[in-house]
Design a protein around this ligand. Structure first.
Ligand code: AMP
Ligand code: ZN
Length: 482
């Protein structure tokens, strides 16, 4: 028996009642307090999240997807507990940056063409990994007036000073500077290896506003034509969209210092009565041979590269979910292959008749322990081996896998008849030394997005990222296999 998707979605909620759901407590490791804490929202009817988003000058690399998936799981969990209308999830696009300017200068393309194209790619790639879109995705260029007012407020309050066309944040005036990253100002000064610019009163002071030369993007301001520094963007957008104090802020742990430290400094000095973000969530890095994957080290591949090589979004998502966000992890092809086999097996189980059940409470319980996605994956393994298919589906769907949307790579198609035909034609071709028929079949399969994997004793036909079920059905009809 199969159910229409809308019906499945309607049933696939937990068995908790709405009032009971709000009693569920999530524990999160808060970087600010360095403790696992029970999450208590400021307002249960308006839970507010902010994730630092990408700088849009190029395709996202695989590491960039890690905290998007982490926050996506958090978002789904919060929706389950507080209801979809009670969550505001903001993720920004940094569309002012010297990397973008350089790309424009090198390529001769206008900045807006580069950023718009990159944003479109980013949204496609993140959707291919099964992520829901945040409620709001502000672009920095749309918030320049708010940033200017913010900087003016900081100057008025004595936490910032203009100098030589720049405006600097005065770090020594903020006594809690270093609280998030656990550094003292003295250590930070000792660690700063950069040459100190003449306009800085203190080597640690950071830029809120800087002058723009004629050929660079710039906006009129009280300090002349210029552009904002990076950190002020997030403080201004978070304030505008979420208020002076909000619930959860996240990003990679590479952003803890200086970016997040500076966001806190700006926000707490501009609005002294506020707390800015109350819980900070930081993911560990995706690594390659023990080193952070990054554009600057050149040891990266993009999400799109992987998708195009035939690693489906669902497989990539599964690999990420299998490791807790707070642990460093490596992407390996053997992990991807294993994930692919597990998902294929699980999707095979879903073809049996099974009872549709709500999301098991134990799935929710495990996730409330600091988003223990790996724990849920091992529970799903138990469901699969115990034949509890309804629970497997409901639990997996909660993590955003085994969904209809991500099913394309593993479409409901039985390749065995085509595999038999291929084996047969191949044998005959080798015997007769006439490869015309087998080549024809192979090119049809390639065209339909099917990889041919020839083993010692068998042939496996494996759908890749460009798999097209209609084309496969055409082949099946052509050879009269149905
Ligand atoms: P960027 O565009 O470099 O500012 O990075 C966008 C987001 O990706 C930030 O939240 C970074 O912390 C995160 N990020 C960058 N590299 C990695 C990595 N290798 N592993 C996990 N997260 C990363
Ligand atoms: Zn930020």
């Amino acid at each position: 028996m199969s159910f229409p998707k809308a019906l499945v979605l309607a049933i696939a909620v937990t068995s908790y009642s709405n009032e009971c759901k709000r009693m569920i407590k999530i524990k999160l490791h808060n970087t600010l307090t360095r403790k696992k804490q029970t999450f208590v929202p400021l307002d249960e009817n308006n839970v507010r999240l902010y994730l630092c988003g990408p700088t849009v000058y190029d395709r996202a690399h695989l590491g960039n997807a890690r905290n998007v998936i982490m926050f996506d799981v958090l978002y789904r969990l919060l929706i389950e507990i507080y209801g979809i209308d009670s969550i505001t999830y903001v993720r920004n696009f940094t569309d002012i940056d010297d990397k973008i300017n350089n790309k424009s200068l090198e390529s001769g393309r206008p900045i807006d063409a580069i950023t718009s194209e990159t944003i479109k790619w980013y949204l496609e790639d993140m959707a291919a990994l099964g992520n829901l879109e945040p409620n709001l995705m502000p672009r920095a260029t749309d918030y320049i007036p708010q940033m200017i007012s913010y900087i003016e407020l900081l100057i008025k309050r004595g936490f910032a000073y203009p100098a030589e066309g720049h405006v600097l944040f005065s770090v020594s005036n903020y006594k809690n500077y270093g609280r998030l990253s656990g550094r003292s100002i003295e250590d930070m000064i000792a660690g700063a290896r950069v040459e100190v610019a003449s306009y800085k009163r203190n080597p640690m002071d950071f830029v809120l506003w800087k002058p723009s030369e004629k050929d660079l993007p710039g906006w009129d301001s009280p300090w002349g034509r210029g552009r904002p520094g990076w950190h002020i963007e997030c403080s201004a957008m978070a304030h505008d969209l979420l208020g002076a104090t909000f619930d959860i802020h996240g990003g990679g742990n590479d952003l803890q210092f200086p970016h997040h430290e500076n966001e806190i400094a700006q926000s707490c000095c501009a609005y002294p009565e506020s707390e800015f973000a109350r819980y900070w969530l930081h993911n560990e890095m995706l690594q390659v041979d023990g080193k952070k994957m990054s554009k600057s080290l050149g040891n990266f591949f993009t999400v799109r590269d992987l998708l195009d090589q035939g690693y489906p979004g669902e497989v990539i998502r599964f690999v990420f979910l299998s490791t807790h966000y707070s642990k460093p992890m490596d992407w390996t092809y053997s992990k991807a292959l294993e994930a692919k086999n597990i998902l294929r097996k699980w999707r095979g189980l879903l073809k049996n008749n099974f009872e549709i059940v709500p999301v098991p409470e134990e799935v929710i319980k495990i996730l409330t322990d600091d988003l223990n996605t790996a724990g849920v994956i091992s529970l799903l393994h138990n469901y699969a081996s115990n034949g509890e298919i309804g629970k497997l589906k409901a639990g997996a769907n909660f993590l955003g896998i085994l969904t209809e949307e991500l099913s394309g790579w593993c479409a409901d198609v039985d390749m065995s008849s085509l595999e038999g035909l291929f084996t047969d034609l191949r044998k005959r071709a080798i015997e007769s030394k006439n490869f015309e028929n087998i080549d024809e079949l192979r090119s049809k399969l390639t065209n339909a997005g099917v990889d041919v994997q020839i083993g010692k004793s068998n042939v496996a036909l494996v759908p890749n990222a460009s798999f097209d079920l209609q084309e496969v059905n055409k082949i099946v009809n052509f050879y009269g296999l149905n």
